[in-house]
Design a binder for this molecule. Structure first.
Ligand code: PLP
Length: 414
């Protein structure tokens, strides 16, 4: 029996004992595909077409403008926010859903800078997801007093008495390293700074408790582990202690206390409702709402435990069977310090190897210059898929068969 056969057998056993295994049936999974990119775009829940069918065949086509109230369209940003709240440790009516993560980052950054004046520095982690840095750059360019600084690993020595806001990701999109949200928030608060967490790669993947960490702002995507679909709207949470007299830059009419009074003066709706800017993206919100229904039935601790088990199993399968020196684990080796994706630094041919994996139906992604990323969404990924993907990868590394793949400039979907 070869080592790889051992992993296949262990995977079958793990699948038999997986209490979450039946959730896989709730998604549309294409034949002949091992989908390991749920950290980028989650699978579609199988009830989504019916929900959208109802929306187009009844709510929109017949209900028309009446559906803003009769079908609950007007409330969707908060209805959906209330489905996300328990996953991120927020309270009822504290989460608003709309716009993109980028826009929500911008809004929270400006809000924080207004709240924490005359401090003027935005401190952004150097390796953050690019949009976080770009948005900070635009805030610094727009606000005459604001200035931007980045820090590497060492936040403590970057904090000084001018730092108004620290912006960072809870789970790093490349290495998957999890940051200690509570400890970092505490350190930043002790130095007088506010903290904005981008939780795009942690929501639905690892434990996340914005209230427990007593942080200030959190934003994140819903098309990754929450399976909201392409372009699904993002969410924003602002700590209720900042909500009285909140000064935020996007005073849209849908966040007004009484939008249909068409009053000349802005007056904010109470709570997170004021974070709704313009007209809610009803089609996308309905899709996301449908996808999130699955979470009502989920034991989150079991979900996170499965996520750790999946990544740990993949790392073990690849690292114990791959040719020596061909792969380095580019991230934490302790599954408790890692999100639900694994990044492998490939010595040679990373892009071509990922292309060869696509041809074999294994879908991960590639980040320049040499990182292969594999996401293991615990809601629907099986251990058998993990074993099969690891076997394909190791086979390509061992045989060099990837050298025969016709070169392309880009991978599909990247
Ligand atoms: C995916 C991701 C985003 C995406 O932002 P959008 O504006 O919604 O496209 C932002 N930040 C992080 C950390 C991400 O992983």
């Amino acid at each position: 029996m070869t080592l790889l056969t051992t992993f296949t057998e262990r995977a079958a056993e793990l699948d038999r004992n997986d209490k979450l295994a039946s959730f896989r049936e709730r998604f549309v999974i294409p034949d002949d595909v091992i989908y390991l990119d749920g950290n980028s775009l989650g699978l579609m829940a199988s009830t989504v077409p019916e929900r959208l069918g109802h929306l187009t065949e009844s709510e929109w086509s017949h209900g028309l403008i009446r559906s803003w109230s009769t079908a609950g369209w007007f409330d969707l940003p908060l209805t959906v926010g209330n489905r996300i709240a328990p996953i991120i440790g927020a309270g009822a009516d504290e989460v608003a859903v709309g716009e993109s993560t980028s826009v929500n980052l911008f809004r929270c950054m400006v809000t924080a800078m207004l709240h924490n004046a005359p401090r003027s520095t935005i401190l952004v982690e150097a390796e953050n997801f690019p949009t976080d840095s770009y948005m900070a750059e635009s805030v610094a360019a727009l606000m005459p007093t604001a200035s931007l600084r980045s820090f590497d690993e060492d936040l403590a020595s970057a904090l000084d008495d001018d730092v108004a806001l620290v912006v960072l990701s809870h789970v790093d999109y490349r290495s998957a390293k999890i940051r200690d949200m509570a400890a970092i928030t505490k350190a930043a608060h002790a130095a007088g700074a506010l903290v904005l967490w981008d939780i795009s790669h942690s929501v639905g993947a690892v434990p996340c408790d914005v209230t427990g960490a007593d942080t200030d702002f959190a934003v994140g995507c819903t098309y990754k582990y929450l399976n909201g679909g392409p372009g699904a709207p993002a969410f924003t949470w602002i700590n209720p202690r900042h909500m009285d007299n909140l000064r935020q830059p996007l005073l849209g009419w849908m966040g007004h206390r009484d939008p249909f009074a068409f009053a000349p003066e802005y007056a904010p709706a109470p709570g997170a409702r004021q974070l709704v800017c313009g007209t809610p993206q009803v089609l996308s919100l309905a899709t996301l709402d449908e996808a999130l229904k699955i979470w009502d039935e989920l034991d989150l601790d079991a979900l996170y435990a499965k996520g750790r088990a999946l990544t740990e199993f993949f790392v073990e399968a690849v690292m114990t069977t791959c040719p020596a020196g061909s792969v380095t684990l580019a991230g934490p080796s302790d599954p408790y310090e890692r999100g639900n994706h694994v990044s492998l630094d490939i010595a040679e041919g990373g892009f071509e190897i990922m292309q060869a994996l696509y041809e074999r139906g294994v879908i991960g992604d590639f980040r320049q210059p040499s990182l292969m990323r594999f996401g293991f969404a615990p809601l629907y990924t099986s251990f058998s898929e993990v074993a099969a993907a690891a076997a394909h990868l190791v086979d390509l590394l061992a045989t060099g068969a990837w050298r025969d793949v016709a070169p392309t400039e880009r991978l599909p979907g990247t």
